[in-house]
Design a protein around this ligand. Structure first.
Ligand code: G3D
Ligand code: MG
Length: 226
């Protein structure tokens, strides 16, 4: 209905989103599949510690936006001290578990949701639950019903993906970024109110630039503050 694009012409808004979940669930593979869809899954993660991010242009119902996707580089146990940096100015989070690993699903409520609430104002973050490795149906340990219960409890939507086959990978990122963008547009409308009528498109980008992750729009790691 109100599908007026808001980022036509100008610079597309940039939103930081973060990947969360146990080691081995496929976070890095999902990002790699999105940003390099033709690359085989066989990635070589060097022994880097800390955080890395990649940017990707994505389509939403209301125009193109740029997603800056942050991922823990290396072992998640190093992430604790880096969590404040990790969550700083994030607008969305993808909570990933492995459908063939019940423990990775339990970790979401036992560990990752708590960390999320400790370090980010949860209301400000759009969240998406992703059950990865859907190609491993024969070894499934987490039913869709269980995942749906989780979603109801924490107020989010979910998708099952396979970084291996590519199934639903783009859809998952587009879904989250769509929610993030809609929220930003709504917030921008509220903030600009009547005054914003003249230049709402410009204001959308500017407001987002102030609140978002614009400093690193070039993909320059120096801007991440880590
Ligand atoms: P992480 O970043 O969450 O720690 P990785 O997870 O992306 O490093 O992936 C961990 C392992 O799971 C990798 O296997 C990777 O190839 C595999 N993997 C990731 N996504 C999928 C998927 O959708 N399906 C299947 N079958 N495997 C997947 P290795 O053997 O390299 O450790
Ligand atoms: Mg990883």
């Amino acid at each position: 209905m109100s599908s007026r694009p808001t980022s036509t012409g100008g610079k597309p808004p940039l939103y930081k989103i973060v990947m969360l979940g146990d080691s081995g669930v496929g976070k890095t593979s999902l990002v790699a599949r999105l940003t390099n869809p033709d690359r085989p899954l066989n990635h070589d993660i060097s022994a880097t510690m800390g955080i890395e991010f990649d940017t990707q242009m994505l389509d939403t119902e209301h125009g193109k936006v740029k997603a800056q996707i942050w991922d823990t580089a290396g072992q998640e146990r190093f992430a604790r001290v880096l969590l404040p940096t990790y969550f700083r100015k994030a607008k969305g989070v993808i909570l990933v578990y492995d459908i063939s690993n019940a423990k990775s699903f339990e970790s979401l409520s036992e560990r990752w949701m708590a960390q999320l609430n400790d370090h980010a104002s949860s209301d400000d973050l759009a969240k998406l639950l992703v059950g990865n490795k859907s190609d491993l149906e024969a070894s499934r340990e987490v039913t869709q019903e269980k995942a749906e219960q989780f979603c109801q409890e924490y107020g989010m939507e979910m998708l099952e993906t396979s970084a291996k086959s590519g199934e639903n990978v783009l859809k998952a990122f587009e879904k989250l970024i769509g929610i993030v963008h809609d929220r930003a547009l709504a917030a921008s409308k509220n903030k600009t109110g009547i005054k914003g009528i003249n230049g709402s498109q410009q204001n959308t980008v500017k407001l987002d630039d102030h609140n978002g992750a614009q400093d690193a729009s070039s993909g320059d790691a120096s801007a991440c503050g880590c």
